[in-house]
Write a protein that binds this ligand. Structure first.
Ligand SMILES: Nc1ncnc2c1ncn2[C@@H]1O[C@H](COP(=O)(O)OP(=O)(O)O)[C@@H](O)[C@H]1O
Ligand SMILES: [Mg+2]
Length: 355
């Protein structure tokens, strides 16, 4: 399996007038060629900052450090501005989290979608118009010629989201980073946008980083999942491993917040407590104060990464062999039981992606 993106020990610190914000605290992340990796965590966990660091989009107030940051053969840590401009134009596509900040309010939709191909692929005139209309059509927007003449505020939220996908896809990127592309949408539109990304991916050799705070969306789209908390990846595994064999109490909390089909609860369980203040360096496991399973050592020392399988890694002291035995919540015990069944019947092991 080829890694198309590889990040090792990334830290991002924002230097503000009187304080620092430790937004990303040692992230290791790889994206395999052709896969969809979901990056999941609550708001403020560092998902956007991590990917913006990768794309060279952070401002001067951000101090970015890493042991390595690679796109294919390109060393992004030492990439020139010119290299980055080319990569962002032709190889690395981003769908911004917020369609209002991702789109220029004073420019017609058609021109915005066409700008990139005009600059990077030197399309002009009728060829450019044709490419733009095709891109608009591709994302399922009706009447491309009409849409092309509109301004962002004249479109609905769903249409703007599609416009952003069209803007990214027209460049035919190798890697697509979709930053919470469905968060502002209702359930029906969410499903349509997910489907759209899946179809784009099936059509050609695209690798995707799909960012979301909602594990519920992930089952539908991800091959692998990385769970992020307070600027660190705390658990990573295949979609099956994360859904049916989760090991980190934070992942348990996120999973319990997802309504399942055999679950009639109307009111969603939300994780108690709040994420830590990132203006202070964190001692121990940042999740400890919210963790009902926290051990004394959690408050003193950051847990190392424990390996569960060749594809499954967890940063929690619960995995340490010295930890006394414990029982996860009943909801999670049920998932573990299902995992035991799934691993007995390997033919069923992909079911999670079609749920
Ligand atoms: N330009 C900035 N200056 C200072 N702090 C920032 C800046 N951008 C992001 N942050 C902080 O970095 C942390 C991670 O932010 P972000 O990556 O946007 O979270 P997520 O995308 O997971 O919701 C947050 O605490 C956020 O307030
Ligand atoms: Mg974000």
């Amino acid at each position: 399996m080829t890694d198309i993106v590889s990040i090792k020990n990334l830290t991002v610190t924002f230097h503000e007038a009187n304080e620092n914000v430790y937004a990303v605290n040692g992230v290791d992340l790889t994206l395999h060629q052709g896969e969809t990796l979901a990056l999941v965590g609550e708001s403020g966990s560092g998902k956007s900052v991590t990917t913006h660091a990768l794309l060279g989009l952070l401002g001067k107030d951000a101090e970015v450090k890493a042991d390595a940051m690679q796109y294919g053969e390109t060393d992004l840590l030492h990439a020139s501005r010119k290299t980055y401009t080319r990569l962002r134009g032709q190889e690395l596509g981003l769908i911004f989290q917020d369609s209002l900040s991702g789109l220029n309010p004073t420019m017609r939709i058609g021109r915005q979608i066409g700008e990139g191909v005009k600059a990077h692929r030197h399309l002009h005139g009728a060829a450019l118009k044709q490419a733009v209309n095709a891109a608009i059509q591709e994302v399922g927007l009706p009447d491309p010629a009409l849409i092309a003449r509109k301004y962002p505020h004249e479109l609905s939220g769903g249409q703007r989201q599609r416009t952003m996908i069209a803007m990214a896809m027209i460049m035919q990127p190798k890697v697509l980073i979709a930053d919470e592309p469905t968060t502002a949408l209702d359930v029906t539109l969410q499903a349509q946008v997910l489907d759209l990304i899946k179809r784009q991916k099936a059509k050609r050799d695209l690798s995707v980083i799909f960012i979301t705070h909602d594990l519920g969306v992930v089952a539908n789209i991800a091959d692998r999942v990385a769970i992020m908390y307070a600027g660190k990846i705390v658990e990573t595994g295949t979609a099956n491993e994360i859904f049916y064999n989760p090991q980190h109490p934070y992942t348990w909390g996120l999973l319990d917040a997802v309504p399942s089909s055999d679950d009639q609860r109307k009111e969603l369980f939300t994780l108690p407590g709040t994420p830590p203040d990132l203006r202070e360096p964190i001692k121990g496991d940042p999740f400890a104060p919210r963790n009902p399973y926290a051990l004394a050592i959690d408050f003193k020392e950051m847990p190392p990464l424990f390996q569960v399988s060749p594809t499954h890694f967890v940063r929690s002291w619960l995995l340490d062999p010295r930890t006394p035995s414990y029982q996860p919540p009943v909801t999670i015990q049920k998932r573990w039981a299902r995992f035991a069944e799934l691993t007995k019947e390997p033919s069923l092991a992909v079911a999670v992606n079609q749920a």
